[in-house]
Design a protein. Structure first.
Length: 125
């Protein structure tokens, strides 16, 4: 029988945990986790997965889609409206790379620390 494990957290390396947590808080509505401090910040929803952000000295952001610095981690989010979500995310500080391999099915963005993430339309998959 395989080991039964429950995913409880995903943690992203970055140079400024508080700033990256603020970006994802505004984008997702998740609440600050009480364990947050200068070197580690986290967001959570009761009973949900925690997204953590940890300070790394000399952090090098991923270079998506190039692999000179690999993406290290990749997050996917569902939204009701891709255009509306894109407008909000760009206003919050996300970037939208030119290379968009998903066609109309999904869109790739990078957060302010350079981590790539994708948006898909809720229920389309």
């Amino acid at each position: 029988m395989p080991l039964q494990m429950k995913l409880t957290a995903v943690t992203l390396d970055c140079s400024d945990p508080e700033a990256l947590a603020a970006f994802y808080r505004q984008a997702t509505g998740l609440e600050p986790h009480p364990a947050s401090n200068r070197d580690f910040a986290a967001l959570a929803r009761r009973g949900g997965v925690v997204i953590g952000f940890q300070r790394v000295d000399d952090y090098q952001p991923p270079r998506w889609p190039a692999q000179s610095v690999p993406q290290q981690v990749h997050l996917d989010f569902e939204v009701d409206d891709l255009d509306e979500a894109e407008t909000l995310l760009l206003r919050l500080g996300a970037a939208k790379p030119e290379d968009q391999p998903g066609g109309g099915r999904w869109r790739v963005f990078t957060d302010p620390a350079g981590h790539p993430f994708c948006l898909t339309v809720r229920g389309a998959g």
